[in-house]
Design a protein. Sequence first.
Lengths: 287, 525, 293
Amino acid sequence: MRGARVNLYSGLKYGALIIWAVFVVAPFLWALSTSFKSDNGVTGGATYIPFLEYEPTLDGWAALFRDTSSGGISMQGPYLASLIVSLVSSGIALALGTLAAYGLSRFTFRAGPLSNSDITFFFISQRIMPPAILAIPYFLLLQFTGLLDTHIGLILVYVAMLLPIVVWVMVDFFNTVPTELDEAAMIDGCNPIQAFYRIILPNCGPGLVVAGLLCIIFSWSEFFFALTLSFAKVQMLPPTIVILNSNKVPWWSLSASALASVVPLVIVAFFLERYLSRGNLAGTIRE
Amino acid sequence: MYTKLVMAAGALGVAGLMAVGGPQSASAETDYIAKYGIKADAPGMCSFSSIDAKDYSGHELTILTHAVPVMGEPAALHSKQFEELTGGKVNVVHAPFGELYQKVMIPFQTGQHVYDIVYGGSYWIGDWAPHLAPVPQKYLDLPEMKDVTPAYQGVASWNGQRLQYTVDGDRNYFKYIRPPFEDAGNQAKFKAEYGRDLEVPTTWEEYAEVATFFNGWDWDGDGELEYGSTEIVQRDNIAFSNFITRVASYAKNPNVTGGFWFDLDTMTPQVNNPGFVKGLEMWMAALKYMPPGGINFGIGEEIFSWGGGQSLMSVTWDDAFIQAMQEDSPIRNKILVGTKYGPSMGSKKVWNRVANTWDEFETPSVAPYVAWGWGAGVSKYSKEQEMAFDWFCFFSNYANTNHDLLIGRFGVNPFRTSHMDPAYWEKEAGWNTDVAVSYTNMLKGMATNTNRVFDLRVPGVNQYYTAMMASVSKAMAGEMSAQAALDEVAAEWIRITERIGVDVVREAYKNVVALEDNVSLSAVK
Amino acid sequence: MIDSRYKHIFLFPALLVLVAIIIFPLIYTVRLSFSGWDINRPGLDSVGWSNYARAFVDGGFWNSMGTLYQMVFFCVLFEYTLGFGLALLLWKQVKAGRFFRLLFIIPMCVTPVVMAVVWKTIFHETLGPLNDILSWFGISGVPWLSEATPAFISIILVDVWQWTSLMFILLLAGLMSLPKEPYEAAQIDGAGPIRTFVHVTFPLMAPITIGALVIRLIESSKLMETIYAMTSAGPGSATETTSYLLYIRSLREFQIGYTASLSIIYLVIMIIALALFAKLLSRALIGRSEART
């Protein structure tokens, strides 16, 4: 009797997990299948299995590398641009944000009635701003500093966007690291900065990794500013793909480019999962 | 000496103009035909050999154009050719249609020079005018330019200056699949149901009947359901053009002058008069005979749908037609265009906004829509204007245009008188004679019709159109009645006009009235 | 106590960047909101409060707020519930647990707007697989993107697909860090799984719940890219959120001054709403004495 109940429960549990897993994977499988289709695999109605229901071609994938003058997407440039901008802006945000987070965790700041947690909230609340609001001011700011339509300008904008995330993750992370370590270091004669670099930072691996991976995800996937702050010299990946959504959507190259663009992120997800499964995020979301 | 006087456009009357024989000093024996897949290199300032003779190494052009393929692909293609021929560098940037406007306007307005050449809807000319460099006379004197029809020359002009370099001409017209009309079984059934013969419709009312009859069953025997009509309804796509097509015949009165969109004197919007309302009501009812999801069709869906034989009729752009005439299309050579009274559906009753009554016509009055088409120009802030105009010259030379016209996805559609020769389409495109004749007759009809409708080409046009389509799409979605929706539009248009400045809009609108009333700008009061 | 002379070195670089890149543009936006920068009048002039006056009677704007709130409510509700459920399922040792965990984390890591474009093809009414599969079950031709309610649902579906994984990972991490003692006590008391959940798990997870909800609320209030890719706020204005409306008004229609005033109003409302929500939720779940700001 009890055995039967346990089996039923088990069955339901795995059933639910499998259903959700199918839901998660479905769009990717659909994109994969569609990326090998051509006109007749699409216009006749939904088809799924290559060779059985449609003739697969490599057209969709070939278009990724073809020049626009022959109807391709020429994805290499934007891919590289997105990679570089993501890595650089994540790195900078990580550096500045970790510093700030350590400061907020260890010291007391006071500005009138505002204290540490208010400043932390201030950082985090920057995420409330919809990008649409900032488009024009950013345009003017970048134009004023001569950074418009440059990768550096975009990196600057991304750093501002990523700082809240780093602060959010690292403040709570630091809060879980006991202050004894710092104090021990300072008894040894270090000033706080040295203590930070020599003692604390090496112990932060997991937190840094989580924050860093989240930064990469957000900056790689950023669409709106990549779209509105680039004019001629800067071509980022998400707009390049979404542009295909214009007229006469070519489902095959669209699917191929979508898949190609998310592959790095899936790799990031893999690493993220490893670090998260060590329970590292636990402290970060307790306000 | 040139031995071949073969017209790039087939046997054309333009032969006489070609006899001039421009500079032949190109790198001698380069076979442009073999290398670039064109049919013939028509001589002249813009020819392959002439451009080859130019040297732009060390110079760079930046061009903003639409995404691949529509206009984006030919722009990229010809830029690559231009680079090879001249040694200059051409940087082609693509943007989706929805983003083109601001990508152009933001740099213009903030004084940031980014693009040398900009592409967009030609109806943005009101906004672009202060920022474009007029086309120099030597290009206006080119045979390629003189060959552009008066309507499209007008479309490219503003306040007496030619600001856009004509690379495309567009129109909305009626097109239909022919065999179902000629099928005896269909004819009998139709007669039984509607009490009249099955004929190609000439009015929107007849269109509705025919479309309803052919909606939702498999009349071409391919195992799939077919439908009556495919149109472009998706908000924020280019549905506004479809709206104009739908309302034009009811609201554009051949006997009324002084403004279709506004009354030029008072600048009162006309957008909610009974003509417009009737047109919108007919469009709302049309959803019933569109394919599933039709309310969400953008131009891409329309091209695939009608071009793939999913619907019987359509009154929209060239693209679907050219797509349907491609080699692998199931309905190639089985289609025709236009009605016996004109390029699109007419109406026997047209609203007279001055007399405040419906005028009746014996034969349906047609008001074809000279749709905006792609407009492109050289920025007056460009430091490479000569190179830019040469690029345009090359892009729209006879050889390239005649090549591009045949490729549906390129979005380059007829705009020259020489394009109206059926022989070109028969020879170069392999069309059946009746299709070619039908098509060119429609083109000629558009060129000579005097009751045409044009876009609202004034500054702030995007605000007007966005307001218009926001309310129209609500009516289409059944959220409000046609009259209520259009009243909303009219009210918003008054506010927009006030914000932009009544005099500014009126001065600009005079350009449009000149086109609407077929008079010169100076004749408009 | 650590030497506090150094504290500024840590905080200031980041604060400086933030102030330069967010505060100044924000102040500029406020200034913009008092100007009439338009397609024909570029530049900063001054029109007083007229933009705000116009904003208060702007039906489209307030509608978009309503649409936004409804969408956010459903999205976050489903994401939280499903995320919690999945976290509970994977909490204890499960066969292939790591595999499921990795799989479930992927949606939140991939580019939202790109996946939205893929989803658009899935929702296609005649050519897409969704309606095809539904027709095997006898449900035909759902007008996913062409009618108001289905379009609304389709946006929510895509958002849930993407962001449930975020809730899942946050809640799972929280679960894994819970202390064992209360569970041992509950077991001794003979409490079944449901009672354990209601009286032990859920209350213990309260801080995490609040954190996760607030984070997700903040992010989802910016809902715009999915709509941009899938429905363009259509049909009609059924899926028009405030972010999207602001984008159209400022960059497509070029009503820059007016949109700035809409932005300020929006920001003020959002900050108040979120702060209120966080406080109320804290009170409700944690109780007065323990609520931290």
